[in-house]
Design a protein around this ligand. Structure first.
Ligand code: ADP
Ligand code: MG
Length: 327
């Protein structure tokens, strides 16, 4: 079982940032409205994610660290329409197999919680009481301490932290209603309150994507025949090429998709100099049944049932927003 976990860990846990991604997704799945992320030495020494979500029942704590626990699968009534961010049920087990992990959680308002700890293969099966407000804290120390071959591939702490920032950026953009704090080596990096208003959202985007992007960005907000597109388009005149500032979300999940990219390129074609990449932060909402997110385990790929309709919708409305500039 340990070996299976470590093999699975190779798929899920590539570096500290992958741990942050999985733990953030779990926190969001749990309905958290506040998530605090603490990082030390690029996450190589320590990663801690604390949320105020529904918490985990003490009877389920050890199970949450077990691979493919049946209770996790049972929840999936319909893989096709799965709205939840996670479905593999192996992230925690994988992370636990390659680190020193503690999982503390409470479902009560009394401040009484429970904790389980693991050290790589040595799982402390016993669940001990611990103080914890309603919600969950996962602490991951010494990633890859027991898999030196993989630890060798870790980059410097600043590089690993920049990967963590990118993960937090992506998830912060997709979850405006969640307050998110990120701290590195005791220094506050980002501090986001829940951002309900358009102005709050813009402020968050500005912090995450840069003020210059936001100042010049063209807002989009269209809703038509079951498709909704919301977000900001970078001004085509922006001198700098911004291939690294392209965020496209489908139902809250960041994706890289050929159909989407082609539609955006088409829309920008007349206004963007060749070899320039548009910058954008866009959110597409679509009937979950009209899109397959289970194409690839990382779920960065999607397959639209009606690719042409989606392509046309995006190209047309992005083009329209861009041309409105000149009228
Ligand atoms: P998955 O998310 O794919 O189900 P994970 O290994 O990431 O698998 O998590 C296992 C289970 O532990 C989850 O299904 C959930 O029930 C529980 N869990 C994990 N993290 C949290 C959290 N932050 N809050 C509440 N429950 C959690
Ligand atoms: Mg998960």
């Amino acid at each position: 079982v340990q070996l299976a976990n470590q093999i699975a860990a190779g798929e899920v846990v590539e570096r500290p940032a992958s741990v942050v991604k999985e733990l953030l997704e779990n926190a969001i799945d749990a309905g958290a409205t506040q998530i605090d992320i603490t990082v030390e030495e690029g996450g190589i020494r320590l990663l801690q994610i604390r949320d105020n979500g529904i918490g985990i029942h003490p009877d389920d704590l050890a199970l949450a660290l077990a691979r493919h626990a049946t209770s996790k699968i049972k929840k999936l009534e319909d893989l096709d329409a799965v709205a939840s961010l996670g479905f593999r049920g192996e992230a925690l087990a994988s992370i636990a197999s390659v680190s020193r992990l503690s999982l503390t959680s409470s479902q009560l308002d009394s401040g009484i919680g429970w904790c389980v700890q693991t050290e790589g293969r040595d799982m402390t099966a016993s669940v001990s009481p611990a103080h914890h407000a309603r919600g969950t804290t996962v602490t991951v120390r010494d990633i890859f301490f027991n898999t030196p071959a993989r630890r060798k591939f870790l980059k410097s702490a600043p590089t690993e932290f920049s990967h963590i920032e990118e993960v937090v950026r992506r998830l912060s953009l997709a979850n405006f209603d969640v307050g998110i704090n990120l701290q590195h080596n005791g220094n506050k990096r980002w501090h986001f309150k829940p951002a309900p208003s358009d102005l709050d959202k813009l402020r968050r985007v500005s912090t995450l994507c840069g003020q210059s992007f936001v100042e010049d960005a063209i807002p989009v907000d269209v809703s038509l025949s079951g498709l909704q597109l919301y977000g900001w388009l970078g001004r085509p005149s922006m001198a700098r090429s911004q291939a690294d500032m392209q965020y496209f979300y489908v139902n809250g999940r960041v994706v890289r998709d050929k159909v989407v990219n082609h539609a955006i390129r088409t829309a920008y074609r007349d206004v963007l100099a060749p070899n320039r990449h548009p910058a954008f932060v866009l959110f597409l909402e679509i009937d979950p049944a009209a899109v397959d997110v289970n194409v690839h385990p990382t779920k960065h790929e999607v397959r639209f049932r009606e690719q042409r309709a989606v392509h046309e919708f995006l190209a047309r409305h992005i083009h329209r927003a861009l041309s409105a500039l000149h009228t």
